[in-house]
Structure formats: C-alpha cells, structure tokens
Design a protein around this ligand. Sequence first.
Ligand code: GLN
Length: 381
Amino acid sequence: MIFTPSKLPGTGTSIFSVMSKLAEEHQAINLSQGFPDYDCDPKLFELVNQAMKNGFNQYAPMAGLPVLRELIADKVNTLYGASYHPDTEVTVTAGGTQAIFTALASTIGPGDEVIVFEPAYDCYAPTIRMFGGLVKPYIMTPPNYAIDWDMVKKLFSARTKMIIINSPHNPTGSVLQEKDIQALIKLTQNTDILILSDEVYEHVIYDGREHLSISRYPQLRERAFIVASFGKLLHTTGWKTGYCIAPEFLMKEFRKIHQFNVFSVNTPMQVAIANYLKDSSTYLGLSAFFQQKRDAFRSMLSATRFDLLPCSGSYFQCITYKKIGHESDIALATRLIKDFRVAAIPVSAFYSRNTDCHVLRFCFAKKQETLEKAVESLTKL
Ligand code: GLN
C-alpha cells in the first residue's frame, strides 16, 4: 500500500460541493451554492460565438488579453480613481478563487501569519495552510458581524504577513465602512503587512451604499492584491473568469505562479467580456437588479419562522432560527434538504473551529419563481 501524507489533513470537500450534491440527490431547490439559475444576457452568447468564429481560439497572452486588461484598468480608474498599469498590474484569472490562491501562493511561506475574519470564504484557510502559513482568525458574530479593530490589533505579531478582507462579505452580506478602512490604514501603516482584498461582490451592494474598494486608498492599495470576478458581474459563474490587480512588485510575483498554474485564461470569453463591458451600464445596474431580489426574498421570508439578519451586499441572505429550535446549523440544513427540499449553507462551515451561531445562508440570485417555491416550502417549517 502506497502512503503519501496529506498536504491538507483536516480538509474535506468544500461545503458548496457537498450541499449542491445533496440538493441534487434530493431534488431540492438549490439556494446553497452561490450561482444564478437564469441565463446571462444573450448578447454575451453572440459575442463568445463571434469571437470563436473570428479565430480567437488559441492561447491568450499569459496575463490576459490586452484589450481586457485595459478595460479593467479603465474601469478601476473611473470608479475608484486608482491607476493600475494594464501591462504590469492587471492579470486575468480563471475566477476569483484562482486569483486568491495565486495571491497567497506567491506571498505566504512557512510560519507566516494571516489574519482572517470569520466566517470566511472557505478557500482562504486551506490555501494559507498549504503554503505553511498560520491562520489567525478574528471571530465575527451575528447579527451585525461588526469588527472591533482594537481586538484585531491583538492578533498582530512580528510574523503577521497578511490580512484578508472581503467586502461585500460572503457569507454574511455585511459591508466594510469608512471607519473600518481607517482602522485598517492605521494598523498597517509603517509595516510590511500585505492585504488581500476579496471584492468579488463589488457591484452587489445595497441601499445606496458605496463600495469602498481598497484601490481608493493609496496607503492600502500599495500593499494590496484586489480580486474581482466576472462570474458575478455577468451572471456566468461557470465561465470561471475574474482578475487580480496589484502594484507591480506584487503582480510580478503573482504572475510567476500564474504562468505555471493556469498559464492563460480561455480566449473567446476574454474577447466577449472585453466587448460586452465597454457598456458600463451592464454592471452599474447590478446592485438595483439584486436589491429587488433581496427585497422580494426578505419580504417572502417574513412568512417563515426564521429571523432575518441584515444584508447590505452580496447575493446572500442569512437567517437565524431560534423559534424553530436549537439543532446545529448542519442538522437543520440537512433536514431542510431532505424534508423540505430546499438547500442552504450552514454558516459554521465558514469558521475554522466550526463555530455554530445557528445561522444559515441562502443565495437569492434566483428567478422569482424559484424563490417563491423555496419560501413556500420553508413556511411549513
Ligand atoms: N462563491 C460561491 C458561494 O459562495 C461558491 C463558489 C464555489 O463553489 N467554489 O456560494
């Protein structure tokens, strides 16, 4: 029998795969993994088709098609007043998760400590550990998942290499405010601490809030990888396209890894995306589009015995369930699938110690009828 030690002994299968599979087995409405159940703009299909027919079927340049990198740089400059050079500071990636992986792979080494706000998106911790890094979790709790920066400060040590932030936040839907950003500036100034800013829901933010991209702040931008996702922008999560922007000294290291992992992202999609996003209304209307879904979903859920947590951004609605009972979030999520045919994500999966605050996450990037059918069933609980 051949033996090889696991590089990630404590890690199982991603909660998204687990819940989606279970949902499929039980023919449940899948509000667990975050993806739309409706098609993207048909114009995008035409643009991809056209790109394929026009011969864009071979490797793209390693960093991404120049037209797309230029478009990204222009977009960031227009929205956040930050200047990134398309040749040296922008890289197109195979989705947000790959960008996060590569940013961590290119900077984290044995003994490096990384501050992570939990509940945290599930890929951060295993990726940090894969490269010998140590996760230093700051635990956020419902209902507001607010951050006490004096407590965050206590997590800092001489080994702190990076701090990961994520706003709008998955899974909680919370959003960083100016006071959080100012605290982050204060904590990192005169240090070599890097920032990884997961901004994949930058265009899904509600009630007139402005997305406070790290790129807006020179003191943070100079030390940050910022990760974004076209999947969220275009309702095409399966296209696995996104990008990373960072100052040249960081991007240089990022690309050293990227070239031997992904090499380059598929070409026709990049051509299509570059053409499509020339019209900024395609993404500037996204918040209004999802706000309507959020409001409809929240109002429907008021007929259930769940208690709704705030949702200021992202396409996730979290709930607590003390009127229903004290079972674990995993037990309830499993029961929901098996007995009520609705799938959700138990938020304990996003804590490294599986802290169970009795919270479930529902994705509302779904057709109105899907949400109605799901809630109709949830009202029976
Ligand atoms: N981002 C998606 C979510 O939060 C999942 C992506 C994945 O399955 N890796 O549900």
